[in-house]
Ligand binder design. Structure first.
Ligand code: MOS
Length: 755
């Protein structure tokens, strides 16, 4: 059985995949249309449900005129609070994994209207066109009450949220004396930074297709979500179903950005209709309705910073006031970064909420940090000017070697390398420090930079691995891939661990029939599911070695697991790689058809506890501003990111590229503008809610800074889905100041504010 390979051991063989730029394994399915999204499961004979949204912001429904709609041939039912079954309504324990403090909104529960565009009815018909028409003509009477939707008018109504969302920590206690240090310092800066609500607008709108299987209450629920198990837990609790009855499938997700961290109301409505009608039903939301699912909250941030004559930071005061709904406390970490990013002995941080008559906000990519880093990093730029220090030098001068919030060392922190490598690539040293100093024809040129950090976290996850006698490996875990590259990196990890070619490995996700994985969010999937896949494949490898050792004249007899390598389709002895067996032969020789292992990973909290674990970035931006028109072009961006080990530089780079595009949108375009007279977001469509298009995007350079970390998890992975967004909006705003001499502290930096 042993084979001789004439290859020296120091050459990387074919199955060394981790860290190699690898194209998406799900790419072909996506571009050929083979990848099915929630609204594409063509369950035969299905009904269509169309959601009716409230035009009233606050008040109650007094009458639903269903009869004329039900009289239309082909209309099946109108569901509303009048006829929705009581089951869910009485059960307060049905909180989802993303649940906030307070009581989650319960669709069709009561006549009460809590926010504009609240779903108030579901019209079900035999065709989509008929359902849409019937929903359009359905007359509903409301009794409107006065509403308050403007956070600006609620400045004095702020309260400390206490325990909010799962995992939320209130800001750390003050240290030193921020007020006194500020008053005594020679260089001081104080300002307010604001932004309105923003809505994550994934390309795929939220949709659910429920397949009624006719066997008791058995359902296949094809849902757009970031977590199949989370939706299953919610649905089983609300409708009193068993796990067997509610299988949730979410194989492909056309962008999530946080919107799918909670089960959204279309899944509730589709399941309700399917159970009541004993029939398959599809419910898809419109782009307009996407603006009713939760948003990055309108936030007002007060920053007060001071530095001494050498530019050393003396005082940090950061206070945020953010909107939340009348029924939940949406919390995010806006301010704590300001006690963490820089060395400072006098820090006071505050985070407060105020209620308005809108839906609860929801996490949106790098929640809290994206907006907190905008305010902090603009303020740092302003203080650097006042102190007469270059903005990059100012940050290096105040570099935090330790997490002062937690009083812990960092598990690793290559932010200094981000600064140096990013600045070198960008050409920061060519910057003339004076604002309005650089022109190119009619354009003012500006350079700006900023920085950010994000949690490196790991959650419990499980996985299953199955090797069949044909040499194929299938690994599965009910994770999700919201476009992040999960399919690909998990395939890489599995292939490398077992030494199999990538093509021989299939990774399966997005199905509650698979081992449980956490929601895809928080940039934790690579660390969480990746470690689970690694452990599971290691266990499979051990079993495989056991079988290999039982083969006749096995060259591996008596060696330990640590003494062999799984490479190139073989198990080989480390001390003599010519002593090997072919993996495919092992199963065949054993007579087994397959070898299967189910395992997983939990974070090593004892190892992690003494450390602060974060990813970091430094962003450098060049803008060109047309003074006459006020138009801003982000012509160059260098984003240097240190996020631990990079499993796949190609998909990782794409995550950062996407983050930069997001950041440019956040800086220059995105805002959900509410007309407070009617309490509704008025630009709830892609014509008026602007996001960058290709013409807005120019040169983006991603630097993936090498960083080793054996504390965060065995793979050394910190996650990269969110960190790249941090500081981008601030760097753009800082570059605009450098170009024009004008500070815009209210996002987006739009033409009207610049002129
Ligand atoms: Mo992300 S906001 O954790 O989906």
């Amino acid at each position: 059985m042993s084979q001789t390979i004439a290859r020296p051991p120091d050459i990387h063989l074919g199955t060394d995949y981790i860290g190699r730029p690898t194209s998406r394994v799900d790419g072909p399915a996506k571009v050929t249309g083979a990848a099915k999204y929630a609204a594409e499961f063509n369950v035969p004979g299905r009904y269509y449900g169309v959601v009716v949204s409230s035009p009233v912001t606050k008040g109650k429904i007094t009458k639903i005129h269903s009869a004329p709609v039900l009289a239309l041939p082909g209309v099946v039912q109108v569901f509303s609070h009048e006829n929705a079954p009581a089951l869910a309504s009485l059960d307060k324990s049905y909180k989802d994994d993303g649940a906030l403090g307070g009581s989650p909104f319960r669709p069709l529960h009561a006549p009460r209207i809590l926010f504009s565009q609240q779903p108030v009815a579901l019209v079900v018909a035999e065709t989509f066109e008929l359902a849409r028409y019937a929903a359009f003509i359905l007359k509903i009477d409301y009794e409107a009450e006065p509403h308050a939707t403007d956070l600006e008018t609620q400045r004095d109504a702020g309260f400390e949220p206490g325990k909010g969302k799962f995992g939320f920590q209130p800001p750390p206690a003050p240290r030193g004396n921020a007020k006194q240090a500020y008053e005594q310092a020679p260089h001081r800066h104080e300002a307010e930074y604001t932004h309105l609500a923003q809505h994550s607008n994934p390309m795929e709108t939220f949709a659910t297709t429920v397949e009624w299987l006719g066997d008791g209450n058995k359902l296949n629920i094809y849902d757009k979500t970031q977590g199949a198990h989370n939706v299953q837990r919610y649905i089983t609790k609300v409708f009193g179903l068993s796990k067997d009855e509610a299988r949730v499938v979410s194989k492909y997700t056309g962008g999530g950005f946080g919107g799918g961290l909670r089960p959204q109301y279309q899944v509730f409505m589709a399941v309700l209709a399917a159970l009541e009608l004993k029939h398959s039903v599809r419910v898809s939301l419109t782009r307009q309705q996407m603006f009713s699912l939760g948003h990055r909250p309108h936030t007002l941030q007060y920053l007060r910073l001071a530095a001494d004559d050498h530019g050393a930071l003396q005082s940090v005061r950061h206070a945020a006031l953010a909107e939340t709904s009348q029924f939940e406390n949406f919390t995010e970490d806006v301010v704590s970064w300001s006690g963490l990013l820089y060395q400072c002995e006098n820090v006071k941080l505050d985070y407060r909420l105020a209620r308005i008559d809108a839906n609860s906000p929801i996490d949106m990519r790098a929640p809290g940090a994206a907006t907190g880093s905008f305010a902090l990093e603009c303020a740092m730029d302003e203080l650097a000017y006042k102190a007469g220090v270059d903005p990059l030098a100012f940050r290096l001068l105040n570099y935090a070697e330790r997490d002062q919030n937690e009083n812990k060392p960092f598990s690793s922190k290559k932010l200094r390398e981000c600064y140096h490598q990013g600045a070198a690539k960008f050409g920061w040293e060519n910057r003339n420090p004076a604002p309005r100093s650089t022109r190119e024809g009619p354009l003012l040129v500006g350079y700006g930079m900023a920085t950010g950090c994000w949690h490196a976290s790991q959650q419990k996850a499980a996985a299953k691995a199955r090797l069949t006698a044909d040499g194929r490996l299938t690994v599965s875990s009910a994770s999700n891939d919201i476009g992040t590259g999960t399919y690909t990196i998990m395939t890489q990890i599995a292939a490398q661990t077992l030494g199999l070619p990538l093509e021989a490995v299939t990774f399966v996700l997005g199905d509650t029939s698979l081992p449980e994985a956490p929601l895809q969010g928080g940039s934790w999937t690579a660390a969480s599911v990746g470690t689970a896949v690694k452990n599971t494949c290691d266990e499979l490898a051990k079993k495989l070695l056991g079988l290999a050792q039982k083969m006749d004249d096995s060259p591996l007899a008596g060696v330990g697991f640590e003494d062999v390598q799984f490479v190139d389709g073989q198990i080989r002895r480390n001390d003599d790689i010519t002593q090997s067996v072919v993996i495919r032969d092992v199963l065949q020789a054993s007579g087994e058809e397959k070898l299967e292992v189910e395992s997983g990973a939990t974070p090593d909290t004892a190892k992690q506890l003494p450390y602060s674990m974060h990813s970091h970035n430094a962003v450098f931006v060049e803008v060109k501003v047309d003074e006459d028109l006020g138009t801003v072009h982000v012509t160059r961006v260098v984003n240097a990111v240190a996020a631990g080990r990079i499993l796949n530089p190609k998909t990782a780079r794409s995550q950062v590229l996407g983050s930069v595009v997001w950041g440019i949108g956040m800086a220059l375009m995105e805002e959900s503008v509410m007309d407070h007279r009617i309490g509704r977001y008025m630009n709830h469509n892609f014509a008026e809610y602007h996001i960058p298009v290709m013409a807005d995007i120019h040169d983006i350079d991603v630097v993936l800074v090498e960083e080793e970390d054996d504390i965060v998890n065995p793979l050394g992975v910190k996650g990269i889905g969110e960190v790249g967004l941090l500081g981008v909006a601030a760097a753009v705003a800082n570059a605009v100041y450098h170009a024009t001499g004008k500070r815009v502290r209210d996002l987006p930096v739009s033409i009207d504010k610049l002129l």
